[in-house]
Design a protein around this ligand. Structure first.
Ligand code: HT7
Ligand code: ZN
Length: 874
């Protein structure tokens, strides 16, 4: 497979100023006419005009109105080359025919439940027509769509509607859309179908009225209200927080049931996975609602960070994705609870990005090579990319950050930019050199920071020494030190932050230590007593921090730290210590031990009614089994970790029984369900308590069963059901059957049913998953369903996927090879579950490697899957 390299970037030889597209939609044979207004790029290398194309049938080719002679072009499997075109502007007319029904990859134009829709990022437009399918070719699009009126009464594309009508003498009709904003081909979108619509209007800060529409399969219109409200909140927030207004007369969202990812930010026509639009209290959990709000916001925010300013090439993907994730995180923090959002974001980062960064798939936030760009829509590009923006803001301050953003919007609007362009705006706006900050974009791996503090009673000084290292990652054996902003405070014996800290160190300013070199020694003077340091407050940098804190220090921080993130982190750190020791004990056949003060500390927090219930729920949610595996990092035995988890949960459930039961009783609500953060927080606390209560014996199981039956919303219903399945209680099967009967016609809810079973920890889960693959409701063509069953089994069932007999790996490998034939993108994502195989104990490691080698040797394996397995085995 050819490797694409950042260093080989060359500007396009030809530019396309305008595109006129004409679609005649038909399920099996859609005709596409494309008229390109082309001119040589004055800054380009000249030569042939190379147009990308894949799975296309070429039916016509004319240059300035005259058919091209066979000698004037060359047609290959993946491109159409116009040899020596004119050295002036010209018009190219191209006819292609495509088969949307046969498009199982879900890239390009395809059919989802009878709806025509497109997905063009990253390289899907080339599956619609021949085109320079690269993000630095920006054109103004006019699109005419024609279809049978009965098949597709709704016809949508990017921009504003400019015409529509019936085709005389036929059963067909058409619509014309014009998008005045130049855009790359990956932002093109088209939708046609018999869709229902929910609409509204939004008046922008400058007083322009925008028509909003959400289109969904008929009958689902009553599940769009929350998404529509979230959209309006997002539009207002971008005006308030970043000064960015919407720029077209209409903004449409379409929800489809078959979609490779979460959603897509096509200009003026966002296309969404159903899962991130449709919600009702009976079908969506609080988490679903929060995800809908965040993803609606994310795609909307791309209008400025991604669409108005796009990426020069796909190596710059984090330019739009990291920045837009940062923006959606800030939005959620503002409209929900900042502290709880931060905890959730860091949990996600550690669970996915830290794991990626520690394994064979590690890559820089801005990679320098790729074989398949679809495999770089990763936690590193998205989540670590967002952390880099957050650090930039911490380093520059809110005003400096805003000045840099304003300059970026001003200077690069309407262009395809690079990370250098972006960072250059912050350097220029603030006068600060940011060359060393670029290392964060170049170097993969999670930096490890160690902190050790020493108090000198006689001298009344506190000496804090910070050191950084970064482990080797593929292709990067050694690393340079990076600028690491460490937000901090020193806590006095009463728990208060010590103000007026005195130090001569230039690395310290206003609650922030800037660690720039490998080692920094800071001496704080004039301190009457030994302080407890609160370091990396709010998780101010994506690093692994090891501090020489005692259990006493952590217990103190758990009770007193005024930074809620660090307060939560202190409990997690204690729990991690306990669980790591417990799994080692279990592996050695010893009895694990508990630090009783940990239980008291937990109890104290859970009972503290002054604290936000959602924060308390986060504190009560222990590190996951994967978190513990990540912390252990070598010779991992998932069964021992599971044993430790069971043991600690049982202990908490028993020892804190009265407190948990009290919370469970008090937080039951007679109020009607509302998905807002306050209601969700109360349910989160109560349901976390329920999960622990359910592990304490038959009475707990009965509570969970009742909870399931009495639920009046999906959050509670799922909490009851998952408490039962988690215990592997005999009652679980009856409840699962009941759940299936209740929701058998509702695909998004059935996905939950599949996932819950895929993550059960009993030894019979493998057989259950195998049987579910043959269930009439299972489908290979629906990515949500595949992820719900096989994705959940591989990524969220550590003991059963990692069975010592290798059967879990074999199941996932066999399935992946099957789906690789129809949808390689989904297959490649499933394979990333193998990325941590090297940290396993030897027996499992060998079994995982055997499965990977079998996949690697499979004839006809897609480029997507081959890329993942080859890098995993490297
Ligand atoms: N920018 C979008 C990425 C995306 C995508 C990428 C590859 C294949 C299918 C895809 N669907 C959406 C989503 C986003 O980050 O906003
Ligand atoms: Zn995005």
């Amino acid at each position: 497979t050819p490797v694409v390299r950042l260093q080989d970037y060359a500007p396009p030889a030809y530019l396309v100023d305008r595109v006129e597209l004409d679609f005649r939609l038909d399920p099996q044979s859609t005709r596409v006419r494309s008229r390109l207004h082309v001119r040589p790029n004055p800054d380009g290398p000249g030569g042939d005009l190379v147009l990308d194309g894949e799975d296309l049938e070429l039916t016509a080719l004319e240059l300035d109105g005259a058919p091209l002679a066979g000698t004037a072009y060359k047609l290959d499997k993946d491109r159409l080359t116009i040899t020596t075109p004119p050295e002036r502007a010209f018009v190219l007319d191209i006819g292609t025919t495509i088969d949307p029904s046969a498009n199982t990859r879900l890239m390009g134009l395809y059919r989802s439940n009878g709806v025509y829709c497109t997905q063009c990022e990253a390289e899907g437009f080339r599956r619609i027509t021949f085109f320079p399918d690269r993000p630095d070719v920006l054109a103004v699009y006019t699109v005419r769509i024609e279809a049978r009126a009965s098949d597709a009464p709704v016809l949508l594309s990017n921009g504003n509607p400019v015409g529509s009508g019936v085709v005389a003498g036929s059963d067909r009709h058409y619509a014309v859309w014009h998008d005045p904003h130049p855009k790359p081909s990956y932002l093109f979108a088209l939708v046609g179908g018999d869709l229902g619509r929910v609409g509204d209007t939004f008046v922008t800060a400058s007083g322009r009225e925008v028509t909003l529409g959400i289109y969904v399969e008929k009958g689902k219109e009553d599940r769009c209200d929350y998404a529509l409200e979230a959209l309006k909140r997002s539009m207002r927030w971008d005006e308030d927080a970043f000064g960015r207004e919407y720029d077209l007369d209409v903004f449409n969202i379409v929800a489809v049931s078959d979609f490779n990812m979460g959603a897509m930010e096509n200009k003026g026509l966002n296309v969404f996975n159903d899962k991130y639009v449709l919600a009702s209290p009976e079908t969506a959990t609080d988490t679903d609602y929060a995800n809908i709000e965040a993803i609606i916001a994310h795609e909307y925010f791309h209008n400025w960070t991604g669409n108005r300013i796009t990426c020069r090439d796909w190596f710059q993907l984090c330019l739009k994705e990291g920045l837009t994730v940062f923006r959606d995180q800030e939005f959620s923090a503002d409209v929900r609870s900042r502290a709880v959002e931060r905890i959730g974001d860091v949990r996600t980062l550690k669970a996915h990005q830290f794991v990626e960064d520690a394994g064979p798939l590690a890559h820089p936030v801005r990679p320098e090579t790729y074989k398949e760009i679809n495999n770089f829509y990763t936690a590193t590009v998205y989540e670590k990319g967002a952390e880099l923006i957050r650090m930039l803001k911490t380093l520059l301050g809110a005003d400096g950050f805003r000045a840099g953003m304003d300059l970026y919007f001003d200077r690069h609007d309407g262009t395809a930019a690079t990370i250098e362009d972006f960072i250059g705006c912050f350097a220029e706006a603030t006068g600060r050199k940011l060359d060393d900050f670029m290392l964060w974009y170049h170097q993969a791996g999670t930096p490890e920071v160690t902190a050790s503090g020493r108090y000198d009673t006689a001298a009344r000084t506190y000496e804090l020494t910070l050191e950084q290292t970064c482990p080797p990652t593929p292709g990067q054996p050694t690393k340079q030190p990076m600028p690491i902003p460490i937000a901090f405070a020193l806590l006095g014996p009463d728990g208060d932050e010590i103000t007026d800290l005195k130090t001569e160190s230039p690395a310290v300013r206003d609650g922030l230590i800037e660690l720039t070199g490998t080692r920094e020694r800071i001496v704080f003077t004039d301190l009457p007593a030994k302080p407890v340091p609160s370091l990396l407050r709010g998780f101010s940098a994506p690093v692994k921090l090891t501090a020489n804190l005692t259990d006493d220090d952590l217990l103190f921080a758990a009770a007193e730290d005024s930074d809620p993130y660090n307060r939560w982190q202190a409990v997690q750190s204690l729990a991690t210590r306990i669980l790591i020791a417990a799994q080692a004990a279990i592996a050695d056949g010893r009895t694990p031990e508990i630090e009783p003060r940990f239980l008291r500390s937990l109890e104290h927090t859970v009972e503290a009614d002054a604290l936000d219930p959602s924060f308390r729920a986060q504190v009560l949610s222990l590190p996951s089994e994967s978190d513990i595996a990540r912390e252990i990092g070598r010779n991992v035995d998932p069964d021992a970790i599971h044993g430790a988890d069971q043991w600690l949960r049982g202990l908490i459930g028993g020892e804190l029984g009265a407190c948990l039961t009290d919370v469970y009783r008090r937080f039951g609500s007679n109020l009607p369900y509302s998905p807002d953060a306050a209601g969700a927080g109360r349910r989160a606390l109560r349901n976390t308590a329920l999960g622990l209560i359910a592990g304490t014996g038959q009475a707990g199981i009965e509570t969970a069963e009742q909870h399931y039956r009495n639920a009046d919303n999906m959050t509670d219903r799922m909490a009851g059901l998952s408490a039962l399945t988690r215990q592997g209680a005999p009652e679980a099967d009856a409840a699962l059957d009941d759940f299936f009967e209740r929701y058998r016609t509702d695909p998004l809810v059935l996905d939950k049913w599949f996932s819950l079973q895929a993550t059960m920890t009993g030894a019979d889960t493998l057989d259950r998953v195998t049987a579910l693959m043959r269930h009439p409701a299972f489908s290979l063509s629906n990515p949500n369903r595949v992820r719900a069953l096989v994705g959940a089994f591989a990524a969220a069932n550590p003991t059963q996927f990692n069975r010592a007999d290798g059967a879990g790996y074999r199941l996932v490998a066999d399935f992946t090879l099957e789906i690789d034939r129809s949808n390689p993108q989904v297959a490649a994502r499933l394979l990333s579950a193998f990325r941590s195989w090297r940290v396993l104990e030897p027996v499992r490691r060998a079994a995982a490697e055997a499965a990977l080698r079998r996949i690697a040797g499979h004839e006809g394996l897609s480029r997507d899957s081959a890329d993942i397995v080859e890098r995993s085995l490297d």
